[in-house]
Design a protein around this ligand. Sequence first.
Ligand code: OXD
Ligand code: MN
Length: 596
Amino acid sequence: MLTNNKNVLAWVDEMVALTKPDKVVWIDGSDEQLSALREEAISTGELIRLNQEKLPGCVYHRTNPNDVARVEDRTFICSKKKEDAGPTNNWCDPEEMKAKLMPMYDGVMKGRTMYVIPYSMGPIGSPFAKVGVEVTDSIYVVLNMDIMTRMGKQAFENLGETSNDFVRGLHSKAQIDPENRYICHFPEENTIMSINSGYGGNVLLGKKCFALRIASYQGKNEGWMAEHMLILGVEKPNGEVKYVCAAFPSACGKTNLAMLIPPEVYTKQGYKVWCVGDDIAWLRIGPDGRLWAINPENGFFGVAPGTNEKSNPNALATVQKNTIFTNVALNNDDMTVWWEGLDKNPPENATEWTGNKVNGKEYSAQGGKLAHPNSRFTAPAVNCPCLSKEFNNPNGVPISAIVFGGRRAKTAPLVYQSFSWQHGTFVGSTMASETTAAAIGAVGVVRRDPMAMLPFCGYNMGDYFAHWLEMGKKLGDKAPKIFHVNWFRTDDKGHFIWPGFGDNMRVLDWIINRCEGTADAVETPIGYEPKPEDINISGLESEGVTVDVVKDLLSVDKELWKEETKGIHEFYAKFGDRLPKELNEELAALEARLAK
Ligand code: OXD
Ligand code: MN
């Protein structure tokens, strides 16, 4: 036992009595303990050791093919009242859900070991940090939590003997039965229960479950915010660093933006970009009245496919050591890993993510991919060549700008700035992406994903919007400026017009200049836009980007926007009287501007 906290001890006792493991192991986080667990998992085949010369400290894991992604339809917010979960969450009465789950957990760890994982989200001792305890029957979970959180006995340091302020997480792989898979949150009880999955997003309970769903609820009650946002710092030639948070729906390139390498026209002048986080931000108002952010995580759980020397060299460098790869392909010749989009040379002698050996050129996995499209790397933040030196700063970093983004072929321009915090909240609440041909289903369907939090908000999103407005009132004129970007505009042939990746720095540059009051803007019905010539396109001639192209990227089609407002009305209607009136006022104001 690593703590005298009576609430932790009582809860662990209760979990042991319920799941009846053969053995209980408290995870102190020591190297000896973790390497013994790694060896044990390798000996049972749960993990495969990769080439230790080429990929030192790296291991490989496959999940069950029925268990490769988050399961939103089996994710529940179990608040006492249904209205408190809101129209965008699956809800179940807490007692009813427990009545369903308890028999499944009863004796589920017989013949297994229970690992008790203490962890801190946020640097230990930071005023932002929160403690969690996850009990699990998976070594894979222990080793991933070690990378993704500050795990081990020091996490208990600030809890004392009597505090009850820790998040309880119960996980069991059980039988990995998709029919009985549940990811349940009890925000009013600081509790998460996950069963029948071994996939990261469902089982690394510190991440989406705690740091977003439970934390968003805590943030509303305690006056702070938990957001699905990357955090980056742009260092200017004079050494000053400006910090930006950005929210994009899952798989829209947050990790790439967080680790971007600016184009030469910027690096030559001395610009640098530093990564503070790639997925989650916890934001608080600091003693100076500004908004400050930490990344509560300690590593990256990134999507592997598409990561390469061009799209994200920093991520590629990050995963060269002490990394866990999940559901990528295995090169049997040298025991290294491969995924679609890494390079153009899939290994001949490969094992697919499903575990099948490649037979000739035919891949047996559905979709014909060697690596699963949602295959992942779990890599320590310290490996990242562009990790911000403020990464462990307990006070976080001050935020100048908040950026929202989606994947829109036509509607949204390359970038625009909201008129105010309230208007920015409106912009975030109406965020949307169009489905692409890469996913099953109709192409070009607009899916609303407010603040990229649709699957991650642990309470009624109407109340969540109200909390955003409230935070804006508290911040007053110290509030960060709010922007919207769209890297995904397409031409008539469906090709992306904007080169994206490192060149997104050119848009960040305008955003920062706006925050500093050094760039002009033009007022449009939807917000402030750059003058086309204020987007630095030097060096983009070879990509065919001219001032006229930028003009086109910034164009606002009023007819499309009128359509857009109809979609927003429909979406807002779901929230009934929980939708703050300010957002309806913003919608009416937008309509009035479009009608002019
Ligand atoms: C996500 C993730 O699904 O970060 O958003 O894994
Ligand atoms: Mn995410």
